[in-house]
Design a protein around this ligand. Structure first.
Ligand SMILES: [Zn+2]
Length: 348
């Protein structure tokens, strides 16, 4: 951004005038119908590519409201600036999107977001999930560096919001023979948490019961980046995983958080912060748990990287500019991350 360059030649009086003008007209200035698309076009870097065929898009005139249109050099499909972004098919102004993102960074409930923005509760629910979906894409790109601490956190299954017809049926006949050695642990949702020395953080729902090598493989492997050491409590799952990825494992005996030199204090600290943060939502459904985990991880990382003002501007960019479009219908089709038939096997 070249705001510094713009201001460089102005005298102090003009700068103060400029500031007052901005403050007085802020809402009007950022409320233009096409402001979402302006932000997207100003901040996007490199060539735009077609979502359908991947060919380069060329500029193809503008709409009446000034939104840039594009045509694909391959399939000749036309698109606009907002295609594929969170603001696609949205009539909301940037001002409202900005407020909703602010509210989410502040951890507001759906009801509170509805009240603050003068929108209905169902709309608030949809918008929040759209933004959380955008964060999902952000978390997907987290890559670990050098040394990381890893641990598991277990959550109770929560079926809040599940329609009665979709609840696990306890009377249903078992389709396969259950494992008789199952203990209490298959009622617990296993979340794998990893943080590295640069505060890159993510949580992944691994499945039910104790963490396994396969859970680590499915959930940590895509984020390995150039991590060299993993510190974990001495769960055998890590031994095989670290060996096959050529990572040095430092195992901290369970019940200890430290072996004297190395420790997993940081990830344990993150877990207790997470617990406090989640408690204000009074129970998160397992179906949406991953989104809440991403939400927490996002705020955590941004707070480590930016001061508050910058954090918000970075978030508008992360959420509005990137390809984060999710159809409203898809929000209701988020799959259950665990297999309820396994969780409730003994009731069948
Ligand atoms: Zn195309």
């Amino acid at each position: 951004m070249k705001i510094e360059d713009l201001i460089k030649d102005l005298d102090p009086i003009t700068i103060i005038e400029f500031k007052n003008y901005l403050l007085e007209n802020l809402t009007e200035l950022i409320n233009h119908k096409n402001s979402n698309s302006k932000i997207i076009s100003n901040n996007q870097t490199g060539n735009r590519c077609c979502n359908e065929c991947g060919c380069i898009l060329y500029k193809n005139g503008k709409t009446k409201t000034g939104i840039q249109k594009y045509i694909c050099s391959g399939c000749k499909r036309t698109t606009s600036e907002t295609t594929g972004t969170i603001t696609y098919h949205s009539k909301l102004s940037f001002d409202v999107w900005k407020n909703i993102i602010d509210n989410l960074l502040d951890g507001f409930s759906i009801r509170r977001i509805a009240e603050e923005n003068n929108i209905s509760v169902p709309t608030s629910f949809q918008l929040r999930h759209k933004v959380l979906f955008a964060l999902d894409n952000y978390i997907k790109n987290v890559q670990l560096e050098n040394s990381a601490q890893s641990d598991e956190k277990y959550f109770k299954i929560n079926l809040k919001g599940t329609k009665p017809k979709n609840m696990p049926r306890f009377s249903k006949k078992r389709t396969s023979k259950g494992n008789s050695t199952r203990g209490i642990s298959h009622h617990q949702v296993c979340v794998i948490s990893v943080i590295d020395e640069n505060d890159n953080l993510f949580f992944k729902i691994g499945g039910l019961g104790r963490g396994t090598t396969k859970m680590l493989e499915d959930n940590i492997a895509p984020h390995l980046g150039n991590v060299k050491t993993i510190i974990a409590d001495s769960v055998s799952a890590y031994q095989e995983f670290c060996k096959s990825h050529n990572i040095k494992l430092i195992a901290i005996p369970s019940q200890f958080h430290s072996d004297g030199i190395y420790n997993i204090a940081e990830i344990n600290g993150v877990h207790s912060q997470l617990e406090t943060w989640l408690s204000k939502f009074r129970g998160v459904s397992t179906r949406h748990l991953q989104q809440y985990l991403n939400w927490f991880a996002y705020i955590f990382m941004m707070k480590k990287r930016f001061e508050l003002k910058k954090l918000k501007i970075e978030s508008y960019k992360n959420i509005i500019i990137d390809n984060n479009y999710i159809k409203s219908n898809s929000i209701f089709q988020i799959p259950m991350p665990i297999d309820l038939n396994i969780a409730y096997a003994e009731y069948h």
